[in-house]
Design a protein around this ligand. Structure first.
Ligand code: 5GP
Ligand code: ZN
Length: 113
């Protein structure tokens, strides 16, 4: 499958990887929307939440734990951060590999646009 995020996980194309383990990779977004903008993704090519299988449940916890640890590492846990996942065209999803945006380093408005 020609997926840009799968290729980043496999280190076939460069990215600013800040964390990687057996299940999760996190790297800096190429077009950051905040001083800290990191994408936290499963190493396996998973799709949207509504197509996940029960057997894939545990990776969601690993993504959230990694995001929290990276927020600490990046120094944004005190002031606050936002975790966002886009699914489908109305949400503006571009890359079909499940991912969470970890954003911080500035304040964010609510509700989101
Ligand atoms: P989505 O809109 O699908 O939720 O977000 C995809 C994100 O991936 C965008 O913020 C975009 O800037 C980022 N992105 C797309 N291609 C690349 C790439 O090749 N490298 C990196 N580091 N980020 C990418
Ligand atoms: Zn993929």
């Amino acid at each position: 499958m020609d997926c840009i995020f799968c290729r980043i996980v496999a280190r076939e194309i460069p990215a600013g990887i800040v964390y990687q383990d057996e299940y999760v990779t996190a790297f800096r977004d190429i077009n950051p929307e905040a001083p800290v903008h990191i994408l936290v993704i499963p190493n396996a090519h998973l799709g949207a939440l509504h197509v996940l299988q029960a057997s894939e449940e545990s990776v969601l916890g690993k993504l959230c734990l990694a995001a929290g640890a990276i927020a600490q590492q990046e120094g944004i846990s005190g002031e606050g951060y936002r975790l966002v996942a886009n699914f489908g065209p109305d949400a503006g999803q571009v890359v079909p590999h499940l991912h969470m945006h970890l954003l911080g380093g500035r304040s964010f408005s609510w509700p989101p646009g």
